[in-house]
Design a binder for this molecule. Sequence first.
Ligand code: FAD
Length: 243
Amino acid sequence: MDFNFSAADEAFRAELRAWLEKHRQYAVPATDTLADEGEGDWEARIRWHKKLYEGGWMGIHWPREYGGRGATILQNVIYQEELERAGVAMPFTGFGISLLGPTLIHWGTEEQKRRHLPKILAGDEFWCQGYSEPNAGSDLASLQTRAVEMGDYFVVNGSKIWTSAAHHADWIFLLVRTDPDAPKHKGISYLLVDMKTPGITVRPLVQMTGARGFTRCSSRMCGCRAPTWSARRTRDGRWRSPR
Ligand SMILES: Cc1cc2nc3c(=O)[nH]c(=O)nc-3n(C[C@H](O)[C@H](O)[C@H](O)COP(=O)(O)OP(=O)(O)OC[C@H]3O[C@@H](n4cnc5c(N)ncnc54)[C@H](O)[C@@H]3O)c2cc1C
């Protein structure tokens, strides 16, 4: 593999550097990370997200047909280098750009893509990730949150923890157990759930130090209903839509 930057890579770098010079006053500082406990700067993060989007610098790893730049791995490296050089950060606005978007691009139905991808990219819809549970962290296959299919919706019951930005998020992508009789690494499904769904409550996570960091929350689903159109299942070990 050739690790040298091509002429196209250098042009990419120059374009980004010039853009950052011009717009860095809108940026959140490089100290703003996922681990940051800072609360109250969500609006500033969204403003920066939208500014990057307007400039064509949000979701650069997404394919062009979905609004990204189709950036190569090396261009992603350059992107990080130039942000670092400018002393600014990619704003953490949940997991839409990094996780949910690419998952939908690969596995989503056309309806899911049309409905969510443009809003995620533009900074008009924010997502949190509901994988970890109080007794399912590194060993995610221990997860207990149950989803029972009832015709055209699932009823979800369980608890999630470490759900970063849950109190800001519009939607959550959840891993849930849909087949309790399957071996524990199977029978798990992936649901897209609107955070306004009745039955979802979000609480700040109180840490050992007593800090009530709002950037990580615990969320509880009591009988909340998710429509089946939002499911991607792993039955038979394969992701697919129920329809
Ligand atoms: C800042 C932050 C943000 C997060 N945001 C989210 C989020 O938005 N959504 C989400 O779903 N999760 C989130 N997480 C959770 C995270 O991704 C991990 O799933 C979780 O931290 C690991 O679970 P645990 O804390 O229960 O640790 P455990 O799983 O209990 O692990 C504790 C320690 O034991 C070790 N260990 C565990 N099992 C084994 C084993 N079988 N053999 C050897 N060693 C083992 C681990 O390596 C680790 O050192 C976040 C975590 C942090 C710190």
